[in-house]
Write a protein that binds this ligand. Structure first.
Ligand code: 13P
Ligand code: SF4
Length: 304
């Protein structure tokens, strides 16, 4: 990407000058993922790594809730978001008041909250989860009924892994994954007999059922690099296939995939600007942060 080289060089220099690291989600574009990112991963890995980071500044190449989680785990560090408008339809689907109303409706039922939520929602929760550890988090609670919010499809998919627990949920959806249908899977299987189909658990349950494997973005990547299918479709955000394809030229990645407009707001240019101007800084009010941090830390304690 020669046209991007000046931004990459500037970011590498600024990272040294500011003692900064770039944490990038697996959905970031390849020109970010493969050049300036110090740590790449799924939401769980980014939370774990954020808790361990040894730097003064963290730039989050991902969406707002990921930067907030990094700030919760690093209250003394500067956490920068290259574009504050990089949100998430799941995080927007529920408020702290909604969680309080759920608690009033289901007294005593613990609330397991997907990390794709605001710090204010996390603060009302007992424990967080990601798509990589949701079943483990539910099992660790050891109770018969759990509120798993706000992703309805994730809860329905996790329900199959924990049949002993009743999962109540919320009507939040990921705008990227809710668009996939079983017909998409049937079409791709008809066009490419023998293809391996891997779907993210934010997809509707009938899409996950029609797939060969489902897991978090990191689990999807591990599955592909270990099993090495000759043809595979990653039923998720498009950059996933692009990022794995760079290191695996022998594997053919077939569409469909969908773009996340929020993830795609992050560019090399605004990462560079974030480091140049030290904006946009994430702040979380300390009383709220303390409660939200507890929910994230309880999640990390389930399976460190
Ligand atoms: P994971 O990387 O945890 O699978 O999350 C996917 C996602 O949609 C994050 O926004
Ligand atoms: Fe949110 Fe879906 Fe985009 Fe992830 S892919 S940030 S869950 S809208």
């Amino acid at each position: 990407w020669p046209a991007l080289a000046p931004d990459v060089e500037a970011i590498l220099r600024l990272k040294r000058e500011r003692n900064a690291v770039v944490l990038a989600h697996n959905y970031q574009a390849p020109e970010i993922f493969h050049t300036v990112a110090d740590i790449v991963g799924d939401s769980l890995a980014l939370a774990r790594e954020a808790a361990r980071v040894d730097a003064d500044v963290i730039v989050l190449a991902g969406v707002h809730f990921m930067a907030e989680t990094a700030k919760l785990l690093n209250p003394g560090k500067t956490v920068l978001m290259p574009d504050m408008a990089a949100g998430c339809s799941l995080a927007d689907s529920i408020t702290a008041a909604d969680v309080r109303a759920l608690r009033a409706k289901y007294p005593g039922v613990p609330v397991v909250t997907y990390v794709n939520t605001s710090a204010a929602v996390k603060a009302e929760s007992d424990v967080c989860c990601t798509s990589g550890n949701a079943a483990d988090v539910v099992r660790a609670l050891g109770v018969p009924r759990v509120l798993m919010i706000p992703d309805e499809f994730l809860a329905q998919n996790v329900q199959k892994q924990v049949p002993e627990v009743e999962l109540l949920t919320w009507a939040g959806h990921c705008e990227v994954h809710e668009r996939f249908t079983p017909a998409d899977i049937a079409d791709v299987r008809e066009s490419y007999p023998g293809i391996t189909v891997i779907a993210h658990p934010e997809c509707p349950p009938d899409v996950v059922e029609a797939s060969d494997f489902s897991g978090s973005t990191a689990m999807m990547m591990n599955y592909v690099t270990e099993k090495r299918p000759s043809q595979v479709v990653l039923v998720t955000e498009c950059s996933m296939a692009d990022n794995i394809a760079v290191a695996n030229p022998d594997i053919e990645f077939i569409k469909p995939c969908n773009l996340c407009p929020h993830m795609k707001r992050i560019t090399l240019r605004n990462i560079r600007e974030a480091l140049e101007t030290m904006t946009h800084e994430i702040t979380v009010e300390e009383g709220l942060a303390e409660r939200a941090r507890l929910a994230v830390e309880r999640m990390l304690a389930v399976k460190p």
